[in-house]
Write a protein that binds this ligand. Structure first.
Ligand code: NDP
Length: 277
């Protein structure tokens, strides 16, 4: 009997990852004979663990917190979006034995916003809260949608300014601190800080969200995150969390590995139904 092609997600911690579940459903749906596991890998063991995985016949990996920058450094070749974001969440074994690195987070977010939630990006003023790895991964795919402008606001102001400068050549983008947001309004506010994970909010001025504006928290939970609640309190047309992005970035990784695009909507509906139970 032919053995199944092996894939995995590496992270630290990793026990709560939904990725094995998502990829199992994708595999069933598309008839692909794969197995996908989760492996806890501390940063210090990353290179050895990846090398061992591929040497043992593994075909592809997802890498999550705190390993995306290490995965970027590990990849032999990188896509343009991975190169720009300096972070890799998908590694794929190529026919010539080299390891390709890609970053599917940004396209996952854009697909969730535009396709799943019919949110318009073109011509709109976008605010990204946070200047960490996730923020870095979503900037280029958003700028490619002909947005009016992006402002990045971060607690450590220099990081926001430097990050904006890196993407200057791709569109209108500036960096600032949270205090500089007074008297500004945005059509879409994306929370790419990790504050929701600890039930906190960055300090946000009143009237930050334009009429009919949309809020999107990259974080997700069984309950609405504190930022999703902030959006609702501030009369957002939609206030969304990152579960759809998680499924869409996984679908993009699955496509890179298997050349087949799984249907994401049934998976998002299933995961959403489960957290309402
Ligand atoms: P990083 O650790 O790289 O960055 C964290 C960011 O949060 C930094 O900008 C940091 O600011 C800011 N921050 C942390 N604590 C505070 C605070 N108390 N007040 C204000 N700002 C704060 O994390 P990532 O970028 O990798 O991840 C960010 C979020 O995105 C996480 O919630 C993660 O789960 C989510 N995510 C979701 C994905 C999905 O598929 N849905 C995919 C990827 C990420 P400073 O620079 O000043 O320290």
């Amino acid at each position: 009997m032919k053995s199944l092609d092996r894939y995995a997600v590496f992270g630290y911690p990793i026990t709560h990852s939904k990725s094995p579940r998502i990829h199992k459903i994708f595999a069933e749906q598309t008839g692909q004979a794969i197995e996908y596991s989760a492996q806890e890998v501390p940063a210090g063991q990353f290179s050895a663990a990846v090398a061992a995985f591929f040497a043992d016949g593994g075909k592809g990996l997802n890498c999550t917190i705190p390993l995306k920058e290490l995965a970027w450094a590990y990849a032999d070749v990188k896509t343009e979006r991975a190169e720009l974001s300096k972070a890799v969440n998908t590694l794929a074994l190529q026919a010539d034995g080299s390891i390709l690195g890609d970053n599917t987070d940004g396209i996952g977010l854009v697909t969730d916003l535009m396709t799943n939630h019919a949110v318009t990006l073109a011509g709109n003023r976008i605010l990204i809260l946070g200047a960490g790895g996730a923020s870095r991964g979503i900037i280029a795919p958003i700028l490619e949608q002909s947005v009016h402008s992006i402002v990045i606001a971060n607690r450590t102001v220099d990081k926001a300014i430097n990050l904006a400068q890196e993407f200057h050549h791709k569109g209108s983008i500036t960096g600032c601190g949270f205090n500089d947001l007074k008297n500004q309004q945005f059509d879409l506010i994306i929370n790419a800080t990790s504050t929701s994970l600890s039930g906190q909010l960055p300090p946000l001025p009143e009237a930050l969200l334009a009429k009919n504006g949309v809020c999107y928290d990259l974080a997700y939970n069984n309950e609405p995150t504190v930022f999703v609640r902030w959006g609702l309190e501030n009369h957002a047309l939609k206030s969304l969390d990152g579960l759809g992005m998680l499924v869409e970035q996984a679908a993009e990784a699955f496509f890179i590995w298997r050349g087949i695009r799984p249907k994401t909507r049934p998976v998002i509906e299933l995961l959403n139904a489960e957290r309402k139970m």
